[in-house]
Design a protein. Sequence first.
Length: 629
Amino acid sequence: MNAKERRAAGAHYTTEKNILKVIQPLFLDELRAEFERLKNRKDNSRRVELQRFQKRLGELTFFDPACGCGNFLIIAYREMRELEIEVIRELRAYSTDEAQQELDASELSLVNVDQFYGIEIGEFPARIAETAMWMMDHIMNSRLSLEFGQTYVRIPLRKSPHILHGDALEVDWTTLLPPAKCSYVFGNPPFIGAKFQSDEQRAQVRGIAKLGKTGGTLDYVTAWFIKAGDYVKGCKASIGFVSTNSICQGEQVAQLWPILFDRCKLEIAFAHRTFAWGSDARGKAHVHVVIIGLSKANAAPKVRRLFSYIDINGDPQESQHGAISPYLFDATNLANPHVVVKEIKHPLSDLPKLVFGNMPNDGGFLILDVEEKQSLLNEGAIFAPYIRRLVGAKDFLNGLERYCLWLNNADLSIIGQSKIIKERISNVRTYREKSTRAATKALAAYPSNFGEIRHTGEPYILLPRHSSERREYMPIGFFDGHAIAHDSCLFAPSAGKYFFGIISSRMHMSWLSQMGGRIKSDYRYSIGLVYNTFPMPQATEAQLAKLEPLAQAILDARASHTGSTLSDLYDPDLMPSNLRKAHNALDRAVDRLYRKSGFASDAERVEHLLGMYEKIVVPLTAPEKKKKI
């Protein structure tokens, strides 16, 4: 496929290394552990149990409902045949029966291609998958021949892999493989974000998710999770899928996971936290993914495996837990491991109100660059009061200067003297009148004003709505009441330095990185989902006041690097030592407000915050007791 075709289909090639990350914890590790246990038995039942084990290998079934050219099926088949060869070797090596030792290897091999099932929307890849399975069968037959010194071929081909050409979201999976006969569902379903889906794809997701009138904002991959969950309801099959990490952060968590937990009765059995998807020839990734293993709730393992990446391009470290949350953190200490964070209208904690910046919706005619500002001032100094600095996210982070015409309650007798202002107002009216959006058309009656105005005239703290994933901290800053915050930012009027300290901390950044949405992989700050849900520490005013000098130290460190933009200062490779030390000091102080012992990692911070969130929210959502009449 070319790049355009891949994007439309949401297709991503899966390397063997990443396939093994799915199938090893899904079934292979457990099967190998069982084989090792049986191999080390010393009793008389050892041989019989090994034979039963091999028989079970030949009865397991494997289903990839987005199989493409069959990568997952091919590797899974190879691994199953490798394991079976080891079992056969063990049976023959310890047999005292010479006839048994000389038995034809072909009669001992039970694992075959007809145990493997797949669905693929493209006819050509579906046929490739089928052919590739036979090719792998031939390769493994050759290995079997070398192992036992016998020529072994399965010719004629009496058994076939079951590869169905069709749209997996439209096909009834039970007609291909009845759930009761399925052992494992796995694969790498298509990755297509909610905003990039075709109308047909969006309708498919909404029809499967059944979230009601709003339809939700689920990525395409979620449809496979939900359909697989519905498919395994009546059986014991386990699921292992690769997905973009968007399903474990931001707004999608509250939409998807209650379906999987409550409707489908599933539990997270294992997971790989975010890592970089190395899928092209150079091993470079353009997407960050997770791997999720799901088991039926009544058959979920007591120990859940979690693989975490210090370096998203490196190898994972495994930890084991009693429960894993949908955010892929240890949920052992949560009363409800399934707790999800939902968007709300007002802060749960004692935080100042945070609002969107002011939206021009003007076609650019109310905005001035430095030269345009000067041209207007050349018309007359009387126009200076109507020129304000405009601060957008890019302006703030990159030290750029932009200005705007701020004509709210302007003296008409003055602005009417400016040819520039009158022309710009006329252009705004025309721009809005031509809009196909009713709300914008209505604004044509007020062409001298921004489309949405939230400015209060008070000093404020400004937060960019988007920030690079590379930054360890999201830069925020103070502004006086004269500068106008653009709608690419959020702002908190009259917020003080303690607030600056909390929002600038690792604690808050950890919450943002997990609860915020993403633009590509960059952070997207949400008022309802990140800010309003953020649990504040149980601290006194005096304790919070101690953050103020630490916040000032950050501002002073920034100011000491004149000529450097915030984008430069917060580049992790360039961050000055005095700024980093100032942030570290603030982080330690904020951490101690939450827990005296502090935190060793962002994962610990999020786990603690989730526990706090749960304690705040559960009493609010608990049913009220009926009063006696």
